[in-house]
Design a protein around this ligand. Structure first.
Ligand code: PLP
Length: 400
C-alpha cells in the first residue's frame, strides 16, 4: 500500500549504510584481538578489494580524501603541477592537488551524463603549449563510469597521468574498444584510482578509503607515505642498526585505517554484489516511473557502460533527476520526510576556488546542471514501499 498522508514515521535519506549482525561480529572479533591498528585485516581487506575491482595492488587508508592526497603525492604533484578535473564532484577531487601546492583547472561536463566532457578537456589541452598540464582527474560521478580508455589515449597524446576518482563506483564498469569489461579502478588505464568508505558510499567502514594501482612503484610509495614516510623493510633501508631500526625516507603522514574498520570492510565487501544489483533494480524502477513524465529529465548512462545485451555498468551511487523548480521539489520532499540531496555545487563556484581565479559563468553546463539536479533516495535497504512513496511525491509535485 502506498501511503498518501505525509510520512512522518520513517525519514527517507538519499543514501545510508547497511550494517548486519555479521558486520558487527567481525568488528567485535577484531576488538578482542591484539592488533587494533595495522593488524591482519588491513592486508586482507586490501587483497579482497583489489580482487573485487580487478587491480593488482590496493592500499587502505583513513578516508577517501587521504587516498586522493597520497595518490597526488605518488604522482609527484607539487607547486609546478597543473591538472584538469570536473566541477561536478565532491571538492576533495580537486583539493588533493591544492594540498600539494598544485593548480586546478576545471573543464565543463557533458550535460547528458554530468561526467567530465573529454572534448572540453581536449580543447583546454590544445589551447596551451605541450607540457603545460601534467594530469587529469576524471570522476565516475554518481557511479556512471568514465570511458577511461578514451581518457588514456588523450592523456598519452599529451604526456599526462590519470587519477580516477572512483569513490562512487566500486563494482562499476565500462566496455573498452574490444568489448571487454573494464572495472572502475582496475588500473588498466588510470595510473591510480581511489575509493571512499564513507557511510553513504557503497561499502561503509565509517571512515575509510582505498587506492588501487597496477604499478609496483606507486604501490611501494603509497605504503611508505601512509605511515610517515617510514620503511621497516631492510631491503629498502640505507643503513641497518638492528631489530629496532627503521628509516624515515621522505615526508609522509599517518593515514592508516584501523584493523576494526578493515574487518567491517571485508564483511561489507561480501555483500557488494547484492547491494549493487539492488541499486540497479531501484534505478530501473525510477527510470520506468520518470521516463515519460513531462518536467522530469533523467540522466543518461555513459554509452560505453551499456552492453548490447542491455546490462549496465553504472554503479548507481546516486540516482539523479533534473527538474526546473529544484528548490521547490527539495522542500516539498523534506515536508514529506524524504531527504533528497544536491550533488554537487560546482567546485569552481566555491568561494575558495573563486579566490584562486575561477568565476561563476565559467562552465555553463555544470551550472545549468546544478540549477536543476536532485539526488533521490538510493541505497540497497530502500524498501519498495518507500521508493513508491518517493515516486508518488515527486510526480505529485511536478504534476501540479
Ligand atoms: C566521498 C568522496 C570523496 C572523499 O571521500 P571521504 O572518504 O569522504 O574523504 C572523494 N571524491 C568523491 C567523488 C566522493 O564522493
Amino acid at each position: 500500500m502506498i501511503k498518501s498522508e505525509p510520512n512522518t514515521q520513517n525519514p527517507i535519506p538519499y543514501g545510508r549504510q547497511h550494517i548486519t549482525e555479521a558486520d558487527i561480529e567481525a568488528v567485535v572479533a577484531t576488538l578482542r584481538s591484539d592488533l587494533l591498528t595495522q593488524g591482519p585485516k588491513v592486508a586482507a581487506f586490501e587483497q579482497a578489494f583489489a580482487t573485487y575491482v580487478g587491480a593488482t595492488y590496493a592500499v587502505a587508508v583513513s578516508n577517501g580524501t587521504a587516498a586522493l592526497h597520497l595518490a597526488a603525492l605518488a604522482l609527484g604533484v607539487n607547486e609546478t603541477t597543473r591538472i584538469i578535473t570536473t566541477p561536478i564532484t565532491f571538492v576533495a577531487s580537486a583539493n588533493c592537488v591544492r594540498y600539494c601546492g598544485g593548480t586546478v583547472a576545471f573543464a565543463d561536463i557533458d550535460p547528458a551524463t554530468a561526467l567530465l566532457d573529454i572534448d572540453k578537456v581536449r580543447q583546454l589541452l590544445e589551447s596551451k603549449p605541450k607540457g603545460y598540464y601534467q594530469g587529469i582527474i576524471p570522476v565516475d560521478f554518481a557511479g556512471n563510469p568514465v570511458d577511461m580508455e578514451a581518457f588514456r589515449q588523450l592523456a598519452d597524446a599529451h604526456g599526462l597521468w590519470l587519477l580516477e576518482d572512483a569513490a562512487h563506483a566500486p563494482g562499476g564498469y565500462f566496455h573498452d574498444s574490444n568489448g571487454e569489461r573494464q572495472m572502475c579502478g582496475n588500473g588498466q588505464f588510470a595510473d591510480l584510482a581511489i575509493f571512499s568508505f564513507h557511510p553513504v558510499k557503497h561499502i561503509a567502514t565509517g571512515e575509510g578509503g582505498m587506492i588501487t594501482t597496477n604499478s609496483e612503484a606507486h604501490y611501494q610509495k603509497l605504503l611508505q607515505l601512509r605511515t610517515h614516510g617510514i620503511t621497516r623493510d631492510p631491503e629498502r633501508m640505507e643503513e641497518n642498526h638492528g631489530g629496532w631500526y627503521m628509516e624515515m625516507q621522505e615526508l609522509g603522514y599517518n593515514y592508516r585505517i584501523p584493523d576494526m574498520l578493515c574487518a567491517l570492510g571485508i564483511s561489507q565487501l561480501q555483500r557488494a554484489d547484492t547491494g549493487l544489483a539492488r541499486r540497479k533494480g531501484i534505478a530501473r524502477i525510477y527510470d520506468a516511473a520518470f521516463g515519460e513524465v513531462a518536467g522530469i529529465k533523467t540522466m543518461q548512462t555513459a554509452a560505453a557502460s551499456l552492453s548490447p545485451a542491455g546490462d549496465t555498468g553504472h554503479a548507481y551511487h546516486l540516482y539523479i533527476i533534473r527538474v526546473q523548480d529544484r528548490k521547490g521539489l527539495y522542500d516539498f520532499l523534506r515536508e514529506n520526510q524524504i531527504f533528497a540531496q544536491v550533488h554537487y555545487i560546482p567546485a569552481h563556484t566555491m568561494p575558495y576556488y573563486r579566490s584562486l581565479g575561477s568565476s561563476k559563468g565559467d562552465f555553463p553546463e555544470a551550472e545549468y546542471y546544478y540549477a536543476e539536479c536532485l539526488s533521490l533516495p538510493m541505497y540497497p535497504s530502500l524498501t519498495q514501499e518507500e521508493q513508491a512513496f518517493v515516486i508518488e511525491k515527486v510526480k505529485e509535485f511536478v504534476g501540479r
